[in-house]
Design a protein around this ligand. Structure first.
Ligand code: UN1
Length: 485
Protein backbone atom coordinates (compact mmCIF):
# COMPACT_ATOMS: atom_id res chain seq x y z
CA UNK A 1 0.00 0.00 0.00
CA UNK A 2 1.33 3.48 -0.86
CA UNK A 3 2.40 5.56 2.08
CA UNK A 4 2.71 9.27 2.59
CA UNK A 5 4.21 11.42 5.34
CA UNK A 6 2.71 14.23 7.27
CA UNK A 7 5.41 16.80 7.90
CA UNK A 8 5.92 19.79 10.12
CA UNK A 9 5.53 22.82 7.81
CA UNK A 10 7.81 24.88 10.07
CA UNK A 11 10.61 22.29 9.69
CA UNK A 12 9.84 20.05 6.71
CA UNK A 13 12.58 17.58 7.59
CA UNK A 14 10.53 16.58 10.65
CA UNK A 15 8.08 13.79 9.81
CA UNK A 16 5.09 13.90 12.16
CA UNK A 17 3.66 10.58 10.99
CA UNK A 18 3.42 8.10 8.12
CA UNK A 19 0.05 7.02 6.79
CA UNK A 20 -1.30 4.52 4.30
CA UNK A 21 -2.93 6.19 1.30
CA UNK A 22 -6.40 4.66 1.09
CA UNK A 23 -7.79 3.30 -2.15
CA UNK A 24 -11.40 3.33 -3.37
CA UNK A 25 -11.60 -0.30 -2.16
CA UNK A 26 -10.59 0.84 1.33
CA UNK A 27 -13.33 3.47 1.19
CA UNK A 28 -15.84 0.82 0.15
CA UNK A 29 -14.82 -1.41 3.08
CA UNK A 30 -15.04 1.55 5.45
CA UNK A 31 -18.55 2.47 4.25
CA UNK A 32 -19.72 -1.14 4.63
CA UNK A 33 -18.29 -1.49 8.12
CA UNK A 34 -19.77 1.84 9.24
CA UNK A 35 -23.14 0.87 7.72
CA UNK A 36 -23.24 -2.35 9.72
CA UNK A 37 -22.25 -0.59 12.96
CA UNK A 38 -24.77 2.20 12.35
CA UNK A 39 -27.72 -0.19 12.60
CA UNK A 40 -26.82 -0.87 16.22
CA UNK A 41 -25.95 2.75 16.98
CA UNK A 42 -29.30 4.02 15.70
CA UNK A 43 -30.96 1.94 18.45
CA UNK A 44 -28.94 3.63 21.21
CA UNK A 45 -31.15 6.29 22.87
CA UNK A 46 -30.12 9.83 21.92
CA UNK A 47 -29.19 10.86 25.52
CA UNK A 48 -26.93 7.79 25.74
CA UNK A 49 -25.21 8.81 22.50
CA UNK A 50 -24.83 12.27 24.01
CA UNK A 51 -23.18 10.87 27.12
CA UNK A 52 -20.50 9.23 25.01
CA UNK A 53 -19.91 12.51 23.16
CA UNK A 54 -19.52 14.28 26.51
CA UNK A 55 -16.92 11.63 27.43
CA UNK A 56 -15.04 12.38 24.22
CA UNK A 57 -14.91 16.05 25.23
CA UNK A 58 -13.56 15.07 28.64
CA UNK A 59 -10.93 12.79 27.05
CA UNK A 60 -9.83 15.63 24.79
CA UNK A 61 -9.70 18.09 27.69
CA UNK A 62 -7.47 15.75 29.67
CA UNK A 63 -4.95 15.63 26.81
CA UNK A 64 -5.43 19.14 25.48
CA UNK A 65 -1.74 20.02 25.73
CA UNK A 66 -0.69 16.91 23.80
CA UNK A 67 -3.31 17.49 21.08
CA UNK A 68 -2.41 21.18 20.81
CA UNK A 69 1.24 20.31 20.24
CA UNK A 70 0.24 17.84 17.54
CA UNK A 71 -1.93 20.51 15.84
CA UNK A 72 0.96 22.92 16.03
CA UNK A 73 3.41 20.43 14.53
CA UNK A 74 1.16 19.26 11.71
CA UNK A 75 -0.66 22.47 10.79
CA UNK A 76 1.99 25.02 11.80
CA UNK A 77 -0.36 26.93 14.11
CA UNK A 78 1.22 28.86 16.97
CA UNK A 79 0.63 26.94 20.19
CA UNK A 80 -1.97 29.28 21.67
CA UNK A 81 -4.06 29.03 18.49
CA UNK A 82 -3.53 25.28 18.29
CA UNK A 83 -4.91 25.04 21.84
CA UNK A 84 -7.86 27.18 20.71
CA UNK A 85 -8.52 24.70 17.92
CA UNK A 86 -8.68 21.83 20.43
CA UNK A 87 -10.79 23.92 22.83
CA UNK A 88 -13.30 24.54 20.06
CA UNK A 89 -13.77 20.77 19.77
CA UNK A 90 -14.11 20.38 23.56
CA UNK A 91 -16.76 23.11 23.56
CA UNK A 92 -18.51 21.47 20.65
CA UNK A 93 -18.64 18.16 22.53
CA UNK A 94 -20.32 19.85 25.48
CA UNK A 95 -22.77 21.71 23.25
CA UNK A 96 -23.73 18.64 21.20
CA UNK A 97 -24.02 16.52 24.35
CA UNK A 98 -26.55 19.09 25.63
CA UNK A 99 -28.50 18.79 22.40
CA UNK A 100 -29.01 15.13 23.26
CA UNK A 101 -31.40 16.19 26.01
CA UNK A 102 -32.94 19.15 24.21
CA UNK A 103 -35.81 19.62 21.79
CA UNK A 104 -35.49 17.14 18.96
CA UNK A 105 -38.31 18.48 16.82
CA UNK A 106 -41.57 20.41 16.92
CA UNK A 107 -44.96 19.48 18.24
CA UNK A 108 -47.87 21.32 16.68
CA UNK A 109 -51.58 21.29 17.59
CA UNK A 110 -53.54 19.48 14.93
CA UNK A 111 -56.38 21.24 13.12
CA UNK A 112 -58.46 18.12 13.83
CA UNK A 113 -59.54 16.57 17.12
CA UNK A 114 -57.86 13.54 18.66
CA UNK A 115 -54.86 13.77 16.43
CA UNK A 116 -51.18 14.41 17.29
CA UNK A 117 -48.55 15.99 15.06
CA UNK A 118 -44.82 16.19 15.63
CA UNK A 119 -41.50 16.05 13.88
CA UNK A 120 -38.49 14.01 14.75
CA UNK A 121 -35.01 13.49 13.24
CA UNK A 122 -33.68 10.32 11.86
CA UNK A 123 -30.20 9.43 10.67
CA UNK A 124 -29.12 9.34 7.04
CA UNK A 125 -27.01 6.20 7.58
CA UNK A 126 -23.34 6.88 6.90
CA UNK A 127 -22.00 10.42 6.53
CA UNK A 128 -18.94 10.98 4.33
CA UNK A 129 -16.72 13.84 5.49
CA UNK A 130 -13.82 15.58 3.77
CA UNK A 131 -12.03 18.05 6.02
CA UNK A 132 -9.23 20.63 5.67
CA UNK A 133 -5.95 20.97 7.55
CA UNK A 134 -6.41 24.46 9.01
CA UNK A 135 -8.74 23.50 11.90
CA UNK A 136 -7.74 19.84 12.04
CA UNK A 137 -9.53 19.14 15.32
CA UNK A 138 -12.29 21.78 15.47
CA UNK A 139 -13.74 21.15 12.01
CA UNK A 140 -13.98 17.35 12.42
CA UNK A 141 -15.74 18.06 15.74
CA UNK A 142 -18.38 20.24 14.03
CA UNK A 143 -19.11 17.34 11.74
CA UNK A 144 -18.49 14.15 13.72
CA UNK A 145 -20.33 15.04 16.96
CA UNK A 146 -23.65 16.11 15.44
CA UNK A 147 -23.48 13.25 12.90
CA UNK A 148 -23.04 10.72 15.72
CA UNK A 149 -25.72 12.34 17.86
CA UNK A 150 -28.14 12.01 14.96
CA UNK A 151 -27.42 8.26 14.91
CA UNK A 152 -25.12 8.01 11.91
CA UNK A 153 -21.93 6.18 11.08
CA UNK A 154 -19.02 8.22 9.71
CA UNK A 155 -16.29 7.83 7.10
CA UNK A 156 -13.91 10.78 7.27
CA UNK A 157 -10.98 11.72 5.07
CA UNK A 158 -8.90 14.46 6.66
CA UNK A 159 -6.49 16.62 4.71
CA UNK A 160 -3.24 14.90 3.77
CA UNK A 161 -1.51 17.75 5.65
CA UNK A 162 -3.06 16.93 9.02
CA UNK A 163 -3.93 13.22 9.14
CA UNK A 164 -2.40 12.72 12.59
CA UNK A 165 -4.74 15.23 14.23
CA UNK A 166 -7.80 13.43 12.86
CA UNK A 167 -6.37 10.08 13.90
CA UNK A 168 -5.88 11.42 17.45
CA UNK A 169 -9.43 12.79 17.45
CA UNK A 170 -10.88 9.46 16.39
CA UNK A 171 -8.72 7.67 18.96
CA UNK A 172 -10.23 9.89 21.69
CA UNK A 173 -13.73 9.08 20.39
CA UNK A 174 -13.16 5.32 20.46
CA UNK A 175 -11.52 5.45 23.87
CA UNK A 176 -14.57 7.32 25.19
CA UNK A 177 -16.95 4.63 23.92
CA UNK A 178 -17.80 5.39 20.29
CA UNK A 179 -17.95 1.95 18.61
CA UNK A 180 -14.76 1.56 16.59
CA UNK A 181 -16.45 0.36 13.40
CA UNK A 182 -18.89 3.29 13.47
CA UNK A 183 -16.20 5.93 12.92
CA UNK A 184 -13.91 5.10 10.01
CA UNK A 185 -10.92 7.16 8.91
CA UNK A 186 -9.40 6.94 5.47
CA UNK A 187 -6.32 8.88 4.44
CA UNK A 188 -4.75 10.27 1.35
CA UNK A 189 -5.42 12.67 -1.47
CA UNK A 190 -8.11 13.22 -4.12
CA UNK A 191 -8.80 9.54 -4.85
CA UNK A 192 -10.36 8.51 -1.51
CA UNK A 193 -12.17 11.87 -1.32
CA UNK A 194 -13.78 11.23 -4.70
CA UNK A 195 -14.62 7.66 -3.65
CA UNK A 196 -16.43 8.94 -0.54
CA UNK A 197 -18.34 11.61 -2.48
CA UNK A 198 -19.60 9.14 -5.08
CA UNK A 199 -20.20 6.08 -2.87
CA UNK A 200 -23.86 5.06 -3.12
CA UNK A 201 -23.81 3.86 0.50
CA UNK A 202 -23.09 7.34 1.81
CA UNK A 203 -26.27 9.18 2.81
CA UNK A 204 -24.79 12.66 3.27
CA UNK A 205 -21.53 14.30 2.25
CA UNK A 206 -20.04 17.14 4.26
CA UNK A 207 -17.15 19.07 2.78
CA UNK A 208 -15.03 22.00 3.97
CA UNK A 209 -12.38 23.36 1.61
CA UNK A 210 -11.94 25.28 -1.62
CA UNK A 211 -14.64 26.29 -4.11
CA UNK A 212 -13.35 24.17 -7.05
CA UNK A 213 -13.00 21.03 -4.91
CA UNK A 214 -16.37 21.69 -3.29
CA UNK A 215 -18.02 21.87 -6.70
CA UNK A 216 -16.37 18.61 -7.77
CA UNK A 217 -17.48 16.92 -4.54
CA UNK A 218 -21.07 18.12 -4.95
CA UNK A 219 -21.20 17.05 -8.59
CA UNK A 220 -19.83 13.59 -7.80
CA UNK A 221 -22.20 13.23 -4.85
CA UNK A 222 -25.30 14.13 -6.81
CA UNK A 223 -24.29 12.04 -9.85
CA UNK A 224 -24.82 8.82 -7.89
CA UNK A 225 -28.19 9.81 -6.47
CA UNK A 226 -29.78 12.70 -4.60
CA UNK A 227 -28.46 13.07 -1.07
CA UNK A 228 -27.60 15.72 1.46
CA UNK A 229 -24.48 17.61 0.45
CA UNK A 230 -23.18 20.40 2.61
CA UNK A 231 -20.41 22.68 1.46
CA UNK A 232 -18.36 25.12 3.52
CA UNK A 233 -16.09 26.92 1.09
CA UNK A 234 -13.99 30.06 0.99
CA UNK A 235 -14.25 33.66 2.09
CA UNK A 236 -13.09 37.14 1.13
CA UNK A 237 -13.85 38.67 4.47
CA UNK A 238 -13.92 42.42 4.94
CA UNK A 239 -13.66 44.83 7.83
CA UNK A 240 -15.29 48.25 7.44
CA UNK A 241 -13.64 51.03 9.47
CA UNK A 242 -15.69 54.18 10.01
CA UNK A 243 -14.04 57.51 10.88
CA UNK A 244 -15.42 57.49 14.44
CA UNK A 245 -14.05 54.00 15.25
CA UNK A 246 -11.80 53.27 18.22
CA UNK A 247 -8.56 52.95 16.27
CA UNK A 248 -6.76 50.94 18.96
CA UNK A 249 -9.48 48.31 18.58
CA UNK A 250 -9.26 48.50 14.80
CA UNK A 251 -5.51 47.89 14.78
CA UNK A 252 -5.70 44.97 17.25
CA UNK A 253 -8.60 43.46 15.31
CA UNK A 254 -6.96 43.83 11.90
CA UNK A 255 -3.67 42.30 13.11
CA UNK A 256 -5.42 39.30 14.67
CA UNK A 257 -7.97 38.95 11.86
CA UNK A 258 -5.51 39.21 8.97
CA UNK A 259 -2.36 37.62 10.36
CA UNK A 260 -3.65 35.16 12.98
CA UNK A 261 -3.19 31.57 11.73
CA UNK A 262 -0.94 33.23 9.10
CA UNK A 263 -4.15 34.32 7.36
CA UNK A 264 -5.13 30.71 6.71
CA UNK A 265 -8.65 30.71 8.13
CA UNK A 266 -11.61 30.79 5.84
CA UNK A 267 -12.73 33.65 8.10
CA UNK A 268 -9.44 35.60 7.90
CA UNK A 269 -9.75 39.34 7.37
CA UNK A 270 -8.48 40.00 3.89
CA UNK A 271 -10.00 43.39 3.02
CA UNK A 272 -9.87 46.55 5.13
CA UNK A 273 -12.46 48.99 3.81
CA UNK A 274 -11.43 52.15 5.58
CA UNK A 275 -12.70 55.73 5.56
CA UNK A 276 -10.18 58.11 3.93
CA UNK A 277 -10.14 60.37 7.03
CA UNK A 278 -8.49 57.65 9.13
CA UNK A 279 -6.88 55.50 6.45
CA UNK A 280 -3.43 57.05 6.79
CA UNK A 281 -3.22 56.54 10.53
CA UNK A 282 -4.78 53.07 10.47
CA UNK A 283 -2.44 51.82 7.75
CA UNK A 284 0.62 53.30 9.44
CA UNK A 285 -0.20 51.62 12.73
CA UNK A 286 -1.06 48.26 11.14
CA UNK A 287 2.15 48.31 9.09
CA UNK A 288 4.19 49.02 12.22
CA UNK A 289 2.54 46.22 14.19
CA UNK A 290 2.82 43.79 11.25
CA UNK A 291 6.55 44.43 11.15
CA UNK A 292 6.81 43.60 14.86
CA UNK A 293 5.18 40.17 14.57
CA UNK A 294 7.69 37.43 15.32
CA UNK A 295 7.79 34.63 12.77
CA UNK A 296 9.28 31.38 13.98
CA UNK A 297 8.73 27.95 15.44
CA UNK A 298 5.01 27.74 16.30
CA UNK A 299 5.83 25.62 19.37
CA UNK A 300 7.97 28.37 20.93
CA UNK A 301 6.26 30.77 23.33
CA UNK A 302 6.40 34.27 21.88
CA UNK A 303 6.03 33.25 18.23
CA UNK A 304 3.25 35.26 16.57
CA UNK A 305 3.40 33.94 13.03
CA UNK A 306 3.74 30.34 11.91
CA UNK A 307 4.45 29.01 8.41
CA UNK A 308 2.05 28.68 5.54
CA UNK A 309 1.17 25.07 4.96
CA UNK A 310 3.33 24.20 1.92
CA UNK A 311 5.90 25.75 -0.44
CA UNK A 312 3.17 25.66 -3.12
CA UNK A 313 0.95 27.80 -0.88
CA UNK A 314 3.86 30.22 -0.41
CA UNK A 315 4.35 30.46 -4.19
CA UNK A 316 0.63 31.03 -4.77
CA UNK A 317 0.55 33.85 -2.20
CA UNK A 318 3.67 35.43 -3.70
CA UNK A 319 2.14 35.35 -7.19
CA UNK A 320 -1.09 36.97 -5.98
CA UNK A 321 0.81 39.76 -4.23
CA UNK A 322 3.01 40.34 -7.29
CA UNK A 323 -0.06 40.48 -9.49
CA UNK A 324 -1.72 43.00 -7.16
CA UNK A 325 1.32 45.27 -7.47
CA UNK A 326 1.29 44.82 -11.25
CA UNK A 327 -2.41 45.83 -11.21
CA UNK A 328 -1.57 49.05 -9.37
CA UNK A 329 -1.61 48.27 -5.64
CA UNK A 330 1.22 49.49 -3.41
CA UNK A 331 3.14 47.17 -1.14
CA UNK A 332 3.18 48.89 2.27
CA UNK A 333 4.93 46.01 4.04
CA UNK A 334 5.75 42.33 3.55
CA UNK A 335 5.27 40.72 0.18
CA UNK A 336 8.14 38.28 0.58
CA UNK A 337 9.16 35.00 2.15
CA UNK A 338 10.90 34.96 5.53
CA UNK A 339 13.52 32.56 6.88
CA UNK A 340 13.21 32.62 10.64
CA UNK A 341 15.93 30.99 12.71
CA UNK A 342 15.40 27.41 13.79
CA UNK A 343 13.02 26.64 10.92
CA UNK A 344 15.19 25.49 8.01
CA UNK A 345 13.16 24.91 4.86
CA UNK A 346 9.88 26.16 6.38
CA UNK A 347 7.75 28.40 4.16
CA UNK A 348 7.01 31.61 6.03
CA UNK A 349 5.31 34.53 4.34
CA UNK A 350 5.73 38.01 5.79
CA UNK A 351 2.61 39.79 7.06
CA UNK A 352 1.69 41.84 4.03
CA UNK A 353 -0.31 45.03 3.62
CA UNK A 354 -1.30 46.28 0.18
CA UNK A 355 -2.70 49.81 -0.16
CA UNK A 356 -4.42 51.50 -3.07
CA UNK A 357 -6.37 48.34 -3.85
CA UNK A 358 -9.46 48.79 -6.04
CA UNK A 359 -12.56 46.56 -5.87
CA UNK A 360 -11.83 45.24 -9.39
CA UNK A 361 -8.30 44.02 -8.57
CA UNK A 362 -7.97 40.26 -8.37
CA UNK A 363 -6.46 40.52 -4.89
CA UNK A 364 -9.70 42.24 -3.80
CA UNK A 365 -11.90 39.44 -5.15
CA UNK A 366 -10.03 36.13 -4.84
CA UNK A 367 -9.27 34.24 -1.66
CA UNK A 368 -5.55 34.42 -0.80
CA UNK A 369 -5.43 32.07 2.22
CA UNK A 370 -2.28 33.73 3.51
CA UNK A 371 -1.23 36.71 5.64
CA UNK A 372 -2.23 39.43 3.18
CA UNK A 373 -4.45 42.41 3.97
CA UNK A 374 -5.65 44.68 1.15
CA UNK A 375 -6.69 48.21 1.97
CA UNK A 376 -9.48 49.89 0.04
CA UNK A 377 -10.45 53.47 0.85
CA UNK A 378 -14.19 54.10 0.80
CA UNK A 379 -15.93 57.08 2.43
CA UNK A 380 -19.66 56.47 2.19
CA UNK A 381 -21.12 53.70 4.37
CA UNK A 382 -23.50 52.40 1.71
CA UNK A 383 -20.61 52.26 -0.76
CA UNK A 384 -18.52 50.38 1.81
CA UNK A 385 -21.31 47.83 2.25
CA UNK A 386 -21.52 47.50 -1.55
CA UNK A 387 -17.78 46.77 -1.67
CA UNK A 388 -18.16 44.14 1.09
CA UNK A 389 -20.93 42.52 -0.97
CA UNK A 390 -19.26 42.91 -4.35
CA UNK A 391 -17.45 39.57 -4.26
CA UNK A 392 -18.56 35.99 -4.88
CA UNK A 393 -18.03 34.93 -1.27
CA UNK A 394 -20.18 35.67 1.76
CA UNK A 395 -18.71 34.17 4.91
CA UNK A 396 -17.78 36.81 7.47
CA UNK A 397 -17.59 40.62 7.74
CA UNK A 398 -17.01 43.27 10.41
CA UNK A 399 -17.69 46.92 11.04
CA UNK A 400 -15.81 49.11 13.49
CA UNK A 401 -17.72 52.19 14.62
CA UNK A 402 -19.10 53.85 17.76
CA UNK A 403 -22.24 54.87 15.88
CA UNK A 404 -25.07 52.43 16.56
CA UNK A 405 -26.97 53.52 13.46
CA UNK A 406 -23.97 52.90 11.21
CA UNK A 407 -23.34 49.55 12.90
CA UNK A 408 -26.90 48.30 12.46
CA UNK A 409 -27.16 49.69 8.92
CA UNK A 410 -24.10 47.62 8.01
CA UNK A 411 -25.40 44.54 9.84
CA UNK A 412 -28.60 44.81 7.81
CA UNK A 413 -26.94 45.49 4.47
CA UNK A 414 -24.04 43.06 4.55
CA UNK A 415 -24.69 39.80 2.73
CA UNK A 416 -22.58 37.34 4.71
CA UNK A 417 -23.40 34.49 7.05
CA UNK A 418 -21.57 36.09 9.99
CA UNK A 419 -21.26 39.80 10.88
CA UNK A 420 -19.20 41.26 13.72
CA UNK A 421 -19.42 44.73 15.27
CA UNK A 422 -16.17 46.00 16.76
CA UNK A 423 -14.54 42.58 16.51
CA UNK A 424 -12.53 40.98 13.69
CA UNK A 425 -13.93 38.53 11.17
CA UNK A 426 -12.45 35.46 12.89
CA UNK A 427 -13.39 33.77 16.13
CA UNK A 428 -16.90 32.39 15.70
CA UNK A 429 -18.34 30.66 18.78
CA UNK A 430 -19.78 27.17 18.43
CA UNK A 431 -23.30 27.56 19.90
CA UNK A 432 -24.18 29.75 16.91
CA UNK A 433 -24.48 28.77 13.26
CA UNK A 434 -21.31 28.98 11.16
CA UNK A 435 -21.44 29.36 7.40
CA UNK A 436 -21.88 31.76 4.56
CA UNK A 437 -23.92 33.00 1.64
CA UNK A 438 -23.29 32.95 -2.12
CA UNK A 439 -20.32 30.81 -3.22
CA UNK A 440 -19.26 30.23 0.38
CA UNK A 441 -21.79 27.48 0.87
CA UNK A 442 -25.05 25.90 -0.13
CA UNK A 443 -27.24 27.01 2.73
CA UNK A 444 -26.40 24.56 5.51
CA UNK A 445 -24.84 25.87 8.70
CA UNK A 446 -22.35 24.09 10.92
CA UNK A 447 -22.33 24.10 14.73
CA UNK A 448 -25.19 25.77 16.62
CA UNK A 449 -28.53 24.07 17.09
CA UNK A 450 -28.91 23.74 13.31
CA UNK A 451 -25.58 21.94 12.91
CA UNK A 452 -27.42 18.63 12.99
CA UNK A 453 -29.54 19.43 9.93
CA UNK A 454 -26.92 18.40 7.40
CA UNK A 455 -26.66 14.98 9.06
CA UNK A 456 -30.29 14.07 9.56
CA UNK A 457 -33.64 13.93 7.86
CA UNK A 458 -36.77 15.37 9.37
CA UNK A 459 -39.66 12.93 9.75
CA UNK A 460 -43.15 14.37 10.23
CA UNK A 461 -45.47 12.09 12.21
CA UNK A 462 -49.29 12.21 12.42
CA UNK A 463 -51.16 10.01 14.87
CA UNK A 464 -54.93 9.94 14.57
CA UNK A 465 -56.64 8.30 17.56
CA UNK A 466 -60.21 9.47 16.72
CA UNK A 467 -61.20 6.06 15.35
CA UNK A 468 -62.62 7.43 12.12
CA UNK A 469 -61.35 9.05 8.94
CA UNK A 470 -60.58 12.72 9.46
CA UNK A 471 -59.85 14.82 6.41
CA UNK A 472 -57.38 17.69 6.92
CA UNK A 473 -58.19 20.94 5.14
CA UNK A 474 -61.74 19.66 4.61
CA UNK A 475 -63.49 18.41 7.75
CA UNK A 476 -62.98 21.51 9.85
CA UNK A 477 -64.18 23.92 7.14
CA UNK A 478 -67.77 24.56 5.99
CA UNK A 479 -68.28 23.18 2.50
CA UNK A 480 -68.28 25.75 -0.29
CA UNK A 481 -71.46 25.43 -2.31
CA UNK A 482 -71.97 21.78 -1.51
CA UNK A 483 -70.45 18.71 0.06
CA UNK A 484 -66.68 18.69 -0.04
CA UNK A 485 -65.01 15.58 -1.28
C1 UN1 B 1 -12.17 27.93 9.20
O1 UN1 B 1 -11.22 28.66 8.99
O2 UN1 B 1 -12.52 27.10 8.32
O3 UN1 B 1 -14.41 31.59 13.26
C2 UN1 B 1 -12.92 27.86 10.48
C3 UN1 B 1 -13.25 31.16 13.28
C4 UN1 B 1 -13.01 29.77 13.80
C5 UN1 B 1 -13.31 28.74 12.75
C6 UN1 B 1 -12.65 28.99 11.43
N1 UN1 B 1 -13.84 29.54 14.96
O4 UN1 B 1 -12.31 31.84 12.91
Amino acid sequence: MAQFDSINPARPDEVVGSFDASTPDDVDRAVRAATAAQREWARVPVPARAEIIAEVGAAMASRKEHLARLVSREAGKVLVEAAGDVQEAIDMASFVAGQGRSAWGDTVPSELGRKLCWTTRHPVGVVGMITPWNFPVAIPSWKIFPALLAGNGVVIKPSEHAPGCCQAFVHACVEAGVPEALLQVVHGFAEPAAAIASHPGVGAVSFTGSVPTGRAVATAAMASGPRLVSLELGGKNAMIVRPDADLDLVVDGAIFGAFGTAGQRCTSTSRLIVHPDVAGEVVERIVKRAGELRAGDPLEAGTDLGPVITPEAGDRIQKMVDLAVAEGATLATGGEHLEPEGCPGGTFFAPTVLTGVRPGHRIAREEVFGPVLCVLEVGDLDDAVDVVNGVEYGLSAAIYTRDITAALTAVEGIDTGIVYVNAPTIGAEIPLPFGGTKHTGNGFREAGTRGIEQFSQVKTVYVDYSGHLQRAQIDNRPPLGGEAT
